[in-house]
Write a protein of this length. Sequence first.
Lengths: 748, 152
Amino acid sequence: MQGHRIEGIEKVTGRAGFVDDLRLADTGMEPLVALVATAPVASGRVSVDATAALALPGTRCVIDHANAPRMRGVFVASMCEPGTRMPLQSDRIDYAGQVVAMIVADDLQAARDALAVLTIAIEDGPTPAVILSDADDRLVPVKRAGIGPGVLKKGDAHTALAAATHVADIETHHAPHHPNPMEPGAVIARWDEDGGVTIHAAVQWHHIDASMIGQALGLGWGAGPAGLLGRAVLGRTGKGKVRLENHLSGGAFGRNISYQALLLAPMAAKVAGAPVKLVQTRRDTFSLMSHRSEVRQRLRLGANDAGKLTSVVIEPDIARGHAAFVEPVGEMPMQLYAHDTHRLTTRVAKLDLPGAGWMRGPGVAHAIFALEQGMDDIARRTGSDPLDLRIANHADEHPVSAKPWDAKALLEAYEVGAEAFGWRDRPKGGSSDGQGRWRGFGMASAIDLGRQFPAHATVTLTRDARVVVSLAVAEIGQGLLTGLTGLVSEMTGLPQDQIEIDRRGTDAGYAAGSIGSTGTYSNAAAIQSAVEKIKAKLARAAGENSTEVWLQQSALAVPGRDPVPLADLLAKTGDITAKGRAGLTFGAGGKQAKASFGAVFCEMAVDPVTLELEVVRLVGAYDCGRVLQPTIARAQLVGAMIMGLGQALMEETRLDRRRGNWTNAEIGEALIPTQADCPDVEAHFVGHQDGLMDFKGIAEIAIVGVAPAIASAFADATGAVIHATPLTHARRLAAVARPLTSRREAAA
Amino acid sequence: MTLRINGSDHPQPADPRTTLLDHLREGLNLVGTKKGCDHGQCGACTVLIDGKRVLSCLQLAATVRGEVTTIEGLSGGDNLHPMQAAFLEHDAYQCGFCTPGQIMSAVACVAEGHAGSDAEIAEWMSGNLCRCAAYPQIRAAIADVAGQEDLE
């Protein structure tokens, strides 16, 4: 990185424009302000009395199911919201926090005033079921769990389990929690003279979201699935009738603006007959935006005398809400260790909750927690060091497909992580840390799929040697703009200040979303294929047939010839524009299997009396392919590790079983790690790959092994294994066999 | 009654219920100060009043009796305040949404004398949430600035 991130100055000076910051000069609009009212209970029929709200001078309109324009059903590739029902289309309440009315007013305060006097009456419905233990009768076996498998079978896992020397048999539970990006989010919408709509928002997957809006608002096939296919497969561009202007996103980790807000803002603008900004409050985000589901799992591992896995049996029960999305829990555990047989059986319960959705490390963060607790259990049974057991079960080839890995440095991750941590010389678990606290040490492995999604980039090399890349990528804090700009500089041999990424409008190329750690890999591949075409044209202009040319220092380098100045060639060719595309690959989908790997080590100190704990140190070593910008990539890893600490120790959005609503829907109550919770965190890169396109994924792998490593350290310190996330204080008190009553007793 | 903000006088809001945060953002178009929760829980709206850090979402504009400094007033023109420069250099931000609040809080943290050690910085900056968890880099940026001031 040369100095700092491309958008760094804007961010440290407060000039970076998030959607709620946009003003007349940014958008050409002075929108009205919309706020939503949500249902306080999870079932029933709603009626809204807007008389008092409409009597206020600042109120423009109140929209509820009775007067809302009709919307069409949509197909959304991400399967999360808007779920099974479009907003404000029915009086039926499916979940607490569902939008039941929308106020449009002159300004924010007027909207709040109107909201305060809106009367919402609800005719009670049946008692909801919002947690798995209240929903036994709703559990249904599934063959698919979202994009992941619901059922997997290799050999006869149950027979192998019965014959195993050592068996781990555990049940884990994982509380639901929320991504909670710092930006609560807003959407600005305006209807234009041609019947189309202009939208300002911050989205992660531009064309997918634009297509959803087009489908719902009935803006023609071009804006719907057919148009989307044209963009994604054929690389077509053009504005269409949904003009989505994408802005910086104040975090994401799963979702940065709700699908519902993307639909409600144009609805409000339609009814009000003027541009509208819909503002999500923090509380709104808990039900308008998706959460990571509650999951429980039974995991059984069978191992032979040598501790090698003979059987992996996983039975997750997964909660889903009012959306198609199902947490893909069963996808990854079979891919981490070598084993002879496996069996996955998944059940899903549809609960009276908002739609669940993607959150950093979807499925895998829960799944590897259970798997790693099982591995620790086998290690205890075989008397092995936890690290040695994992090394013994290393998968030299992909354990399901038997394909070779394109690159895998998990063994190096174990070695580098263990060395940096001092794993081999660690004190005994439960020994004193010198301050009267028990010390504990734990470790875990991590895995996440390497994926590539379709992307189309249009790259223009202008006659004055600037590069313009048209590609609708999202900057959510992951540093993609800086990473891609540096990469284009490397590909073209031109300095970064001559490179522009035109990413904000719907007429920019179909980009892979900033999702699933795929953004850099997929979009870089599309850019590269376009740059290759440009190089071929330049070579022809230079009279070269060879394809062995490259761009450096503003010249075309050709073997056996003096470099040809780019300016000379561009004078002949004029602007050169080329399109490039990247295709879809998924984990073991190609000839080789692809995944990121990691090893995480945790040191903990636990007060023997109060069971208050401190994570003293986290050390991670990650094989995540090529690293474009080490500073930014390390920040991603460290940030994800700290989020993993949150998952392990505190993140839990709780539910009221009677009313069905989130009871701690505030950012100060649905706890997330603070500066004071943050331990000493180290992240190391291993498996160094330098090939231009040797990318895997970075953003998600580092959350994966952290929670199990922390739970493992707690078990090492106290002897009590907690099979649940988060490891709350109440769970710790319940788990440790004999609560001590004084420090003196602890010391004795 | 006027409000002194970033060295200029500004009108008070007509509605006495208006928070300083809403007045800055909605009334005066000073949108560098962010609203992350509106409940005093996240720290994104931190500004300085007479050099002391204040959550502008919990302060009514009408009750402000001092000079307000927001992120827009921290530096003059293109010259960065040393804390802004340190945040850039240490990559102490990712998405950037909490960053103005972090920087305002960090400036006060150093001025208060609460930046003497890594642990002290962590404790005194724990009211500013960062979901990207750029926490180690934020501490490094603050320690850097505090160290420079000690040298002077």
